[in-house]
Design a protein around this ligand. Structure first.
Ligand SMILES: Cc1cc2nc3c(=O)[nH]c(=O)nc-3n(C[C@H](O)[C@H](O)[C@H](O)COP(=O)(O)OP(=O)(O)OC[C@H]3O[C@@H](n4cnc5c(N)ncnc54)[C@H](O)[C@@H]3O)c2cc1C
Length: 402
């Protein structure tokens, strides 16, 4: 699998559509979240659906070459979002109808101390109660699954065989192609630069190519959502934070097929990259917030130090290239999904803090139901952005994220 050394190239423009003068609903952002919502709305025949993307589809964080999918979380809401989405990813070839290269290799969390083991044991109890087949395993069982791991440095590991990873860009393309087939309009290279409101309601969105009258806007602008929310006076506390991955290129001997493996203490992670290589990552604590998306190598030093402790054979592997993207962070590292109290019909789905790809199918369903005022499969009230407005105390810290 070939990769660029900076930002991955964007997808070709699926449809250089003319800008309509009006739409029933305007989705802002053509990443995996906006694409999933466009598909779910078009499938539900929810009126004239228009998606506006500033750049090209998957030009933001959803351009990540491979994205993990899982249901191992500590918060029941995230477990249910992950589980529902895993079902949809498995069914993606049929609905909406595309190959996303899903690899069901499992997720393996390496646990180096008792506190981490206890946190994950509690999470597993909750996950099992929701039907997730996760389990605590011994260090040697972890090494059997992932031969790079040094079992002597672990107290346990958590493993769920139905997790894995897939290709986010293929998911974006699949959703958008189906959305267009079902009647949605996708307009690329078309940034929303203003949102008009009057009498407490959305009236229109403005772009350099014209104005679109609409009564509903859905903000799915990823790391840029704070700015898009501000266009309508809606506070969406989303902070951009660069995160990077590296590729080893082809290795000899070929790497064994391994789970998506994460060291909980250091945030080091790695998994196969095609048949011949490995993908390496680390959430660098030294990374300051900001919009920088250039790939750089300084984080490889802490990566190699962490690898030397947990998976020594990784420490000396070559790095032939990499990719940098943005986590869209919220203060409690959980998503913002809901409808603003003001202006009316300003909906948002953003702030996934590093787990937006894996939740995209479920989020598409939920936002469809929010728009259509249908009963959702899950109460998303606790994910409303108003939890940070100082009047509500209910933030939701999630333990199983890096
Ligand atoms: C290194 C890295 C590793 C990750 N690993 C995982 C993983 O393993 N599993 C997982 O689930 N998630 C992972 N993520 C997170 C995941 O990629 C994101 O949560 C997800 O892609 C967010 O999708 P989105 O559609 O909300 O945002 P994006 O994909 O960023 O899409 C937002 C879009 O909005 C557009 N936009 C912005 N402003 C405007 C405007 N004014 N007008 C029109 N369009 C606009 C942007 O151009 C962009 O295309 C990772 C992220 C990174 C960076």
């Amino acid at each position: 699998m070939a990769h660029s050394t900076a930002s991955a190239p964007s997808l070709p423009d699926p449809q250089p559509a003319p800008l309509p003068v009006s739409a029933d609903v305007v989705i802002i952002g053509g990443g995996v979240i906006g694409a999933s919502i466009a598909f779910h709305l078009a499938e539900a025949d929810a009126g004239r659906v228009l998606l506006l993307e500033r750049d090209l589809p998957a030009g933001g964080s959803s351009g990540k070459p491979l994205g993990g999918v899982r249901a191992q979380f500590s918060d029941p809401l995230n477990i249910r979002l992950g589980l529902r989405s895993l079902d949809a990813w498995r069914d993606f070839a049929r609905r909406p109808g595309a190959d996303i290269g899903l690899q069901t290799v499992g997720y393996l969390f390496l646990l180096g101390d008792e506190t981490a083991r206890d946190t994950f044991a509690a999470g597993i109890e909750l996950q099992n109660a929701h039907g997730v087949p996760s389990r605590l395993i011994t260090p040697h069982a972890a090494r059997d699954l992932c031969p790079y791991v040094d079992p002597g440095t672990l107290v346990a590991a958590a493993f769920s065989p139905t997790d894995g990873y897939a290709t986010p860009k293929a998911a974006v393309t699949g959703y958008l192609r189906a959305a267009r087939r079902l009647g949605a309009t996708v307009r690329t290279r078309c940034p929303v630069i203003a949102i008009d409101t009057a009498d407490g309601s959305v009236q229109a969105v403005r772009t350099p190519h014209g104005t679109v009258r609409t009564r509903t806007v859905i903000c799915c602008a990823g790391a840029w959502s704070g700015e898009v929310g501000a266009l309508a006076g809606v506070a969406l506390p989303v902070t951009p934070l660069r995160r990077q991955i590296a590729f080893t290129g082809p290795l000899r001997p070929r790497p064994p097929r391994i789970p998506f493996t994460l060291d909980y203490a250091s945030t080091l992670y790695f998994h196969n990259d095609g048949a011949d290589g490995l993908l390496l990552g680390l959430s660098d604590p030294a990374q300051p917030p900001g919009y920088d998306r250039e790939f750089s190598r300084e984080w490889l030093a802490p990566f190699r130090a962490a690898a030397a402790r947990r998976a020594p054979a990784l420490a000396g592997l070559p790095v032939t290239g990499g990719w940098a993207g943005l986590y869209e962070m919220t203060p409690d590292r959980n998503a913002l999904i809901g409808e603003a109290p003001h202006p009316g019909r300003f909906l948002y789905a953003t702030g996934f803090s590093g787990h937006g790809f894996l939740q995209a199918p479920a989020v598409g369903e939920l936002v469809r139901d929010l728009y259509l005022r249908r009963e959702p499969f899950l109460d998303i009230g606790p994910l409303a952005a108003t939890r940070f407005d100082g009047r509500h105390a209910a933030t939701r810290p999630e333990a199983h994220i890096i």
